[in-house]
Write a protein that binds this ligand. Sequence first.
Ligand code: TRP
Length: 458
Amino acid sequence: MSSTSRASFGSKFGIIMAAAGSAVGLGNIWRFPIETGQNGGAAFILIYIIAIALLGVPLMVAEFFIGRHAHTNAAHAYKKLSSHPFWSNIGFIGVLGGSLILCYYVVVAGWVLKYMFLSLDGTLSTLFTPGDASGYESLFGNFVSSTWSPLVFMVLFVLMCHFAIAAGVRKGIEKLSKIFMPALFVILVVLVGFSLFAPGAQEGLSFLFHPDFSKLTTSSVLSAIAQAFYSLSLCMGCLCTYASYFGKDVNIIKSAVSISVIDTLVAIMAGLIIFPAVFSAGISPQSGPSLAFIALPGAFQQAFGAVPAVAYIVSVLFYALLVLAALTSAISLYEVPTAYIHETWHIRRRYAALVVTAVCLMLGTVCSLSMGVLGDLHIFGKSVFDFLDYFCTTIMMPLSGVFIAIFLGWVVKRDIFMDDVTNGCTLRTTPAAVVHWLLRWVAPVLLFAAFLGVLGVI
Ligand code: TRP
């Protein structure tokens, strides 16, 4: 492929929507409320926002810079900035990590798809018994541990991603993001509107907005950093790959700030939908990973039970929202190995996507079955699904983050960074200098400490 015929995004709006589409996903609507619920609410959100500002935005700028500067896939991009064998290969962590995350992400996305159908056909409303979640519990438990049903929905989801990716950067990724992201935003606003009127919504709001610092522990600070990274799609090649399709006139810092703001707003809005409903239904906010699949269906019925049509609409819209969010994120994960294979093996994009689909289906199947028939298959004492999640988000992500920060802060010449990020000195230099300073001094220290914390060393 010559660089002149390389794909690119068509507009600045498309760029923001595609990158925000990558960031806004199950992480915002499923994971963020779980983490907030388990780590004490508002105080956690505050730490999360600080982590986004000090670490998230600078690392996003770093990935955008590397991708746009190198104009190639995430693994090869680092080679263009350094010939040192160590630094030139750190991009591989991203390609590997992005591919692995994809393989279990599609499993949860399949569940979400199934739940959209379950809410559409009314199953979620008929199962409702006030004060008793056992119906939802067994529905979810039986579903995820069964063999075929989760696989069918996973395959459906993977095929949707496959066709979006095969359609190309502009006609697939960009076009879909430009439709899905505004749709997602409209659904969010409607749902927040409904949720704020649930009886007893007040309690949910105070949980979200009144910080109780006594609940903050070292582990909640670590969780906030991990959540910030996961939510912004950092360090796993997605943003670097997308940035390789950016034009030279894109203001990288402004884009990174806009995307981070959109991502954080969506997460908080998801909290605004979920916590008022959860408190209104008298459910503990600490329900954990099952929150979206066991507690919420009942919470919606309970909170809006006075008008069953509203409960039905809220439930359908909520799962549709999750599907849209999951799709644009999974597509960005898909693009990382696709671009890599396409450019390394010089095969057509469509065929590269086929390879990714085949691998994703195989590994995804193992992950899905690890909830059921393969439940006894353990890696380091964890199921395949849990192991992949743990390995990618708590080991690979912070490690890759430390490397990227050191690479940009210390290895790449500051002038190259400054020149590129300010679009050849046509933009103000102060923001770029601040970002560089954060990448050089703050990010490596905080991330290394976080990494040691995760390993239990400090
Ligand atoms: N950020 C997405 C979410 O919030 C998930 C995701 C997409 C991701 N690409 C990633 C997570 C890269 C980590 C790394 O759901």
